[in-house]
Ligand binder design. Structure first.
Ligand code: AMP
Length: 115
């Protein structure tokens, strides 16, 4: 079964992309946790950082550069922002398809305490 991000990649769920190339896509999170909340997602399904291969390092590195560029474009770079990757159950990962959260536009709380 496809993840929601594969459906977005395959245009089964319509989505406006802030960035797209052969390897990576970026779009706004549907349930934003910050005034700016963007997801940067590899088109290849890498289930999580725990399951990435050495060969995925280029793509994952590129995700961070794209996040930096989007932060600049959306004018949140100067004040700063948060980049977050959740890994597995205890990390709170809900979609088993690697994604980098870019969050900013306000001072963000830590909120990392055990539930
Ligand atoms: P995580 O909890 O780190 O796995 O994050 C999954 C994220 O995907 C959440 O922030 C969701 O709001 C977001 N999300 C789920 N479905 C969609 C969608 N259709 N479009 C954009 N973001 C989505």
């Amino acid at each position: 079964m496809k993840t929601v991000f594969e459906k977005i990649r395959d245009r089964e769920i319509p989505k406006e992309f802030l960035y797209e190339d052969d390897e990576v896509m970026a779009f706004y999170d549907i349930a934003p946790l910050a005034p700016v909340h963007v997801l940067i997602v590899p088109k290849k399904v890498i289930a999580s950082i725990a399951e990435m291969d050495d060969a995925d390092a280029h793509t994952v590195g590129k995700m961070f550069l794209i996040a930096r560029n989007i932060a600049r474009d959306l004018k949140i770079s100067e004040k700063g922002y948060k980049l977050l990757i959740r890994v597995g159950r205890d990390g709170g990962q809900e979609v088993p398809h690697l994604h980098l959260h870019l969050m900013g536009g306000a001072r963000l709380s830590e909120n990392i305490h055990p539930v």
